[in-house]
Ligand binder design. Structure first.
Ligand SMILES: [Zn+2]
Length: 55
């Protein structure tokens, strides 16, 4: 699956064209620092939930 971004309205789309313009393809950033941070946040939340369940 490929994701494109409209150069005109900045919307993400799966269409190759949007607003009458050719869209630019967007590569999914799987290993971005943001994702790693999100993963850590998710783990912290899970631990928090587990701790609350034990009380
Ligand atoms: Zn557009």
């Amino acid at each position: 699956m490929k994701i494109y971004r409209c150069v005109e309205c900045k919307e993400y789309t799966m269409e190759k064209e949007h607003c009458g313009q050719a869209c630019v393809s967007v590569e999914p950033a799987k290993y971005s620092p943001d994702d790693k941070y999100a993963e850590l946040t998710r783990k912290a939340k899970e631990e928090e939930r587990t701790a609350q369940g034990l009380i």
